[in-house]
Design a protein around this ligand. Structure first.
Ligand SMILES: [Zn+2]
Length: 173
């Protein structure tokens, strides 16, 4: 499987997504939860043990943990990577040790933990799909946020006309 075809599939998937504006990974998580009809919880975790981000699909909700010690774009990217696994329906599980799971979800029944961990980890292609889609989402979101923040022109007359045109085009543009 070459990276070109991964990129192509990610571009298609990205076009299907209605990225929330202004974009935050929290807003993206909310819209994914709505679409899936399942609660999705984004929770910070400590830096130690296991990967930067983890997604667990439990019966009652999806849990996405991210390294709470990171910030800014790096954090957004970690969360977007996990959400991308969700968007691709990859099934849950980065490679992770049982004691790390017990730390993150202490109330979880040990049998559930064993079932979760019996799954094999993501394939290389799945990792590429998540990584490429995450990059595209973050990049696209930055572009969209900038476009939304900047007026088309500083000329008040042009701005007035632009506003009128936008209203006429309706809410979905
Ligand atoms: Zn991954």
């Amino acid at each position: 499987m070459d990276l070109r075809s991964v990129r192509r599939r990610c571009e298609v998937r990205l076009r299907e997504l209605d990225l929330p504006q202004p974009f935050t990974t929290q807003a993206l998580a909310r819209s994914l939860a709505e679409r899936r009809g399942r609660p999705l919880r984004l929770l910070p975790k400590g830096a130690g043990g296991g990967p930067c981000g983890v997604w667990f699909a439990l019966d009652e909700a999806d849990y996405v943990f991210f390294d709470g010690t990171t910030s800014g774009l790096h954090r957004e990217h970690i969360i977007a990577h996990e959400l991308a696994h969700l968007m691709w329906d990859h099934g849950t599980s980065e490679v992770i040790a049982p004691d790390v799971v017990a730390d993150l979800l202490p109330d979880l029944d040990p049998a559930t933990v064993r079932r979760m961990l019996s799954r094999s980890s993501y394939s290389t292609v799945e990792e590429q799909e998540a990584e490429v889609l995450a990059s595209m989402v973050v990049q696209q979101a930055e572009v969209a946020d900038r476009a939304a923040a900047e007026p088309v022109s500083s000329d008040p007359e042009v701005q007035r006309l632009g506003g009128m045109l936008q209203r006429r085009r309706g809410p979905r543009g």
